[in-house]
Design a protein around this ligand. Structure first.
Ligand code: CUA
Length: 196
């Protein structure tokens, strides 16, 4: 009986090994399946970005996170929902470990809403399910996202960027109310609904 080479790679294939044409055919099938999956995912991405107005947040605006609470747009008295002269609203929020400030904001339905957010510590995320809003909130920058809520209701907004041990408890609320109800609210109720 012939001696087998000691290097296993040099030994002849045992009987029953898969013949080369079968290997080639199987690989071709899997390449085709992967190409179809990749194409389908690309198509889904393009379609959802067009239909759902999803796009990368494009606002580049710097801010000094060390003086956030002392001066400028994000001082405490200026946070929450503000009514603009053109009838739209602007919501200003600070993300911090482990809360959004204010925790709850009221906005009117069927009205252009602009969210402006910044962080005073680490990177957080801001996501409103069932809307096109999804942005990172990076210290030193102002994130700006716009939307319009079609229906009244409560939207919970989770922080979706791991920001520390309390990350999973970092939630806030957007309360969408009919325009009449919004207009009838006092400034304080409108600014924050955290205590309601
Ligand atoms: Cu803030 Cu996770």
């Amino acid at each position: 009986m012939a001696e087998l080479p000691s290097d296993p790679l040099q030994r002849p294939l045992p009987d029953g090994a898969v013949p080369e044409p079968v290997v080639v055919r199987t690989e071709e099938h899997w390449v085709t399946i992967m190409a179809v999956m990749l194409t389908a995912m690309m198509v889904i991405m393009v379609v959802t970005s067009v239909v759902g107005a999803l796009h990368p947040a494009s606002n580049v605006e710097v801010i000094d996170s060390r003086t956030l609470h002392l001066k400028g747009e994000f001082v405490e008295s200026n946070l929450g929902t503000a009514l603009e002269p053109d009838g739209s609203v602007t919501v200003r929020l600070i993300a911090q470990q482990y809360d959004f400030v204010p925790r709850c904001v009221v906005v009117p339905a069927d009205t252009p809403v602009k969210f402006r957010l910044t962080s005073d510590d680490v990177v957080h995320g801001f996501l409103l399910p069932d809307t096109n809003i999804n942005t990172m909130v990076v210290p030193g920058f102002v994130a700006e996202v716009r939307t319009r809520f079609a229906r009244p209701g409560d939207y919970v907004m989770p922080c979706h960027e791991y920001c520390g041990l309390g990350h999973q408890a970092m939630w806030a609320r957007v309360k969408v109310v009919p325009w009449d109800q919004f207009a009838g609210q006092g400034l304080l109720e409108r600014t924050s609904c955290a205590t309601q």
